[in-house]
Write a protein that binds this ligand. Structure first.
Ligand code: ZN
Length: 82
């Protein structure tokens, strides 16, 4: 005799692991100004321009200009390193 009192708690809440999505989604790229050769590095950003490290090129407003020569963002091209 005897009553078993087993209460099984099934928690579906999985532990939330910190996933750096912004870092793992895609590798950081660089863009070079087609006029003066200035290189914008997404990993570095331009803190003095209000762009914190990790700011994606797509996140930079179209009104942004090259800090060196003032060329518009559209004049930049993807910079590929060998
Ligand atoms: Zn430039």
């Amino acid at each position: 005799m005897g009553s078993r009192n087993t209460s099984t708690r099934s928690s579906t809440a999985a532990p939330r692991a910190w996933t750096p999505e912004a870092l793992s989604a895609a590798p950081f790229r660089k863009y070079q100004c087609g006029n003066c050769g200035f290189i914008y590095d997404e990993a570095v950003g331009l803190p003095e321009e209000g762009l914190p490290p990790g700011t994606r090129w797509e996140e930079i407003p179209e009104s942004w200009n090259c800090p060196d020569c003032g060329m518009s963002k559209s004049q930049f091209e993807l910079y590929v390193e060998d």
